[in-house]
Design a protein around this ligand. Structure first.
Ligand code: NDP
Length: 335
């Protein structure tokens, strides 16, 4: 069967340019047919430099383009909900960046709108598409570490200078490290542990990069429904910490290094009573994997790698972390 998907990009963003346009074009029959930017000149320049035929300044115009079958939303975070709902109403499939929305109510509204319209909804949590995280999940599922008891996530990085805009200075855009990075940690842990976070406690430091009242670092603990305690360290402000994830169980530990990244890199080691085993990983582009699974979902074969529900649950835990950091109290995760 002929399977062509024309994509409209909502947002002339860095992530679209760096990763997603290539990932879309890597899928058979997929093409990028249009881009929407609120700024006509920037949109036209983005379209020209990326070989995109049409550029629009309104979401409605992009959605009215019959060549658009699906949209990829990568605007600033406060716009995701209204744009996703509009796309669903126009009958377009929706791949939305994280955080799916800024509130639980908006997350539900996106999911409901896509369900009612009968379109596919995915959240672009890329990490679960990584071969390293898929290998870690498989090890946990096959019982390689016995009962999982603890997890530690190291995701403290230096925010690149070209990204030091709305993330660190615009609260209305859904700024801060928790909605940017913690939300990814949560999704990755949910994927690996097959469990839901139920409670969060967190502290943030005095910001040194972000403006006052926007957190640029956090240390948090999440309790999962299966009893696992997960410790998260996320930041925009440290350059040399390195990233990683560890899952510690009753019979072994899994240590992933350099795996909390967009790049298809990193190492995974299993330690148990027989010693240390390096796990063979065949790395592939994470975003290509996400797009391939989205295409399968459009064909009706499966769900996207991360669904709307996954996006909502990651958002809910991130919001609990945020609330805890502000109130000093532990917060139950409410979906
Ligand atoms: P950008 O800052 O590059 O783009 C966001 C919006 O900012 C664009 O939609 C654009 O508006 C506007 N913009 C872009 N460049 C300029 C400029 N030079 N001057 C003024 N405005 C500009 O965002 P990111 O690519 O960093 O992030 C976009 C979304 O993707 C966010 O939701 C983020 O959380 C998510 N993200 C996800 C990642 C992942 O791996 N899953 C990685 C990185 C980001 P307009 O469209 O109107 O032109």
């Amino acid at each position: 069967m002929n399977h062509n998907v024309g994509w409209g990009l909502i947002g002339a963003s860095n992530i679209a340019r760096e990763w997603m346009i290539g990932a879309i074009r890597a899928q058979p029959g997929n093409s990028v047919v249009a881009v929407m930017s609120s700024n006509a000149a920037r949109g036209a320049a983005f379209a020209a430099s990326n070989g995109i035929a049409a550029s629009y300044t309104s979401v409605a115009d992009l959605l009215a383009d019959p060549a658009v079958d699906a949209v990829y939303i990568s605007t600033t975070n406060e716009l995701h909900a209204q744009q996703a709902i509009a796309a669903a109403a126009a009958g377009k499939h929706v791949l939305c960046e994280k955080p799916l929305a800024l509130t639980i109510a908006d997350g539900h509204a996106i999911i409901d709108a896509c369900r009612q319209a009968g379109v596919v909804l995915g959240t672009n949590h890329h990490l679960r598409n990584g071969a390293s995280h898929r290998a870690i999940r498989a090890l946990v599922q096959e019982g390689a570490i016995g009962q999982p008891l603890f997890a530690r996530v190291f995701h403290a990085v230096k925010l690149p200078e070209n990204l030091q805009g709305w993330r660190v200075n615009n609260p209305a855009a859904g700024a801060g490290v928790i909605l940017d990075i913690t939300v990814h940690d949560v999704d990755t842990l949910r994927f690996i542990l097959d469990a839901e976070p139920v409670e969060a406690i967190a502290m943030t430091p005095r910001s040194t990069l972000a403006t006052e009242l926007i957190e640029d670092g956090v240390m948090a603990v999440l309790r999962f429904g299966n009893g696992v305690l997960a410790q998260l360290h996320d930041a925009f402000t440290v350059e040399y910490a390195g990233t990683g994830i560890e899952i510690h169980g009753s019979a072994g530990s899994i240590v992933g290094r350099n795996v909390m990244t967009q790049q298809p890199i990193g190492e995974v080691v299993l330690r148990d009573s027989k010693g240390e085993h390096v796990i063979a990983i065949e790395h592939t582009n994470l975003y290509d994997h996400a797009l391939a699974s989205f295409n399968e979902a459009i064909k009706g074969a499966s769900s996207p790698a991360a669904t709307g529900e996954d996006g909502l649950r990651a958002l809910a835990a991130a919001l609990a972390v945020l609330e805890s950091s502000r109130t000093g109290k532990s917060v139950l995760v409410a979906v």
